[in-house]
Each structure stands twice: as C-alpha cells, then as structure tokens.
Design a protein around this ligand. Structure first.
Ligand SMILES: [Zn+2]
Length: 333
C-alpha cells in the first residue's frame, strides 16, 4: 500500500473548531470551520468533534497518515489528555488520543495550540521563509498576543514541552513588580498578559476612562460596548495621547517578557501572532519591541535573533497540528 500523503488536522479553539486535510508541504487541500456548541455537555463536545473529524477523513482522497489536533488549553503530551482547560472545563481529564485512535484507527497526536502554532510557523511559516532564503532556524519562539498571551518553543524542529507540556507560558511571566501592578486572570499580579493581551488593554482603557482624568481622549467618548483593544489601536493610530500611552505600556511589557525569553532560550527567531500583534504591526511597533529587547540583552550573541510577525494567520493551529503528525511519524521511523 502507498504511504498516505495527507493528514487530518483539527484546531479546537475557544469559539470555533476548524478541520482540514493537509499534505506534507503544509498545503491545505480542504478545510471547514464550525462554531463550538454553546455550554455543551462533555458528550456533546466529544460527539461534535468526532463528527467533524469523520467528515474531514471522508474529504481526504485515500488513507490518512494520522490526526493532529491543536487544543486551547494544557495537554499532557504522551497521553494527549486535556488538563483543566479554562474554556472547556467539562473536558478536563479527557484523552483525545485514546478516544480517537479507537474511533478512527489511525495514530493521533494532540498538543496545546500555542505550542503547535510555534511548530506551524517553524515548518510552514516564518521559519520556512527564513530557511528558504538560506537562514534555517534552530530555535523559534512563538508568542500569540490575542485575547490572552501564550507561547511555544520549537528547538531543532520539535516542540520543547517541559515535564508536563506546559512550557512557553510567557503570558504569566512577571513584567511589573510595582505596587500598582494589575491582577491577571491567573490570580497573580504583574503578568505580561494583564498588560499586553486584548482583554488587558481593554481593561486598562476602561479603568483610565472611568477615572475621569482623560476626558479629552476619544476613548472617553466611546460607549462602553465599543471600548475594546481594537478601539485603543485605532485611537493610537490617530495620535490620541491616552491610547498611545496604553499601547506604549503593552509594547514595553512585551519587550521585557521577550527579553526574558531571549535569555532563557536563546532563540534565533521570535514570531509574534494574534489579533493584538496585527494592531502593533499597523502602527509599525514591532521594531520598538525588537529594540527594547536588544537594549537589555547581556551579550552580542543573544542579539542574533530575527523578530517578525506570523505568516500563517488563522491557519497557524491547523498547520501546527499537521506538522506535529509528520514530525512524530518521522521520529517513529
Ligand atoms: Zn497571569
């Protein structure tokens, strides 16, 4: 029998579940997107996911080499078990690997979405682009700056997982030790996520507006429903001083968090993705983050990194899930 040339990939996010058929080159041959069940039971979620996977397997012409899934939450890497996912608590303790290998009779690998986004950008996105121009990437750090802030590390082509698959949590590294440091969703204060995520930026903007000290800002004129991080970036683009100071705070927090990453992992590539990154790119602020890191690095060798924005957009989780399957199959020989 001919070796299967495609995999089925799934990206199970907070709101949407995407599925795709992807070849070895990372090309998406077919894809679909479905909204998640609202407040579903464990059974509803699992039945829905199996239905979506079965449909994707049907769309693949011929056999599939395996299934890869990127999920929003911590995953134990060997058993593919979901561990206290904040958005899908009813699925705590479920092993997708065991369930789906039994249901579909193909090998299954599951990973955290930020870890797999790192793998996707390494093999099919910014990392590939660098390799194609003669600079293959050894260690890539991916950070998603979105509703939350997460990250993943790829070293020598594989995700660096840590003991429990929980590496790369740059969002919960400490960037503000002052007494006015903001409380993070995780319960700690001064986390990067509290200052630079979409929800963090929105919360800071709302607090500043509510204080009444910034009545001249266009943000103060918005109704409560439309004051979000996008509005802050729009206003910053029009030189609104309050919006610019909030964005500057996020930029400086990201530079501090990524300086820690540079010293810990010595990456030769840092890739920023997520909705907030798009706002930063529009205002041409990535060079400011880059400079903020370089000003703090302890050695010239630490400065040998490229900082760039993600190439794969919304497909990054699917690409990473596919890359995980090819990577694991190759490792098993
Ligand atoms: Zn935190």
């Amino acid at each position: 029998m001919r070796t299967p040339q495609v995999v089925v990939a799934m990206d199970w996010g907070g709101t949407w579940t995407r599925t795709a058929v992807i070849n070895r080159q990372g090309e998406i041959l077919w894809q679909a997107r479905e909204p998640n069940p609202q407040n579903g039971s464990k059974e509803e979620y699992l039945t829905n996911a199996e239905k979506l996977l079965a449909n994707a397997i049907d769309q693949a012409i011929g056999p599939v080499a395996g299934i890869g899934a990127a999920v929003a939450g911590p995953v134990e890497p060997t058993t593919g078990t979901f561990f206290q996912p904040p958005n899908l608590m009813v699925l705590d303790g479920v092993s997708f690997k065991a369930l789906w290998e039994k249901a579909f009779n193909v090998p299954v690998w599951v990973g955290n979405d930020a870890n797999l986004a790192a793998l996707g950008e390494h093999y099919y996105g910014a990392g590939k682009e660098s390799a194609d121009t003669g600079r293959p990437v050894k260690t890539l750090f991916y950070v998603t700056v979105s509703t939350g802030v997460g990250g993943g590390v790829v070293d020598n082509g594989s995700v660096f997982l840590g003991a429990n698959g929980l590496t790369g949590e740059i969002g919960h590294t400490l960037v503000d030790t002052s007494s006015s440091a903001l409380t993070c969703q995780c319960g700690a204060t001064g986390c990067l996520e509290a200052m630079a995520s979409g929800t963090g930026i929105e919360r800071i903007a709302r607090q500043k507006v509510a204080s009444g000290d910034f009545s001249e800002s266009v943000l103060a004129e918005l109704d409560a429903g439309s004051l979000d991080s996008e509005a802050v970036f729009d206003a910053a683009g029009k030189n609104d001083p309050l919006a610019m100071s909030i964005v500057a705070g996020a930029v400086s927090a990201l530079a501090i968090g990524l300086t820690n990453v540079v010293h810990l992992f010595n990456p030769d590539m840092i890739v920023l993705g997520g909705g907030v990154t798009q706002g930063l790119v529009k205002l041409d602020l990535l060079p400011r983050i880059d400079q903020g890191i370089r000003e703090r690095t302890m050695s010239e060798l630490h400065k040998e990194f490229q900082l760039t924005s993600a190439r794969l957009g919304d497909s990054v989780g699917l690409a990473g899930a596919a890359a995980l399957v090819w990577d694991q199959l190759a490792a098993e020989g």
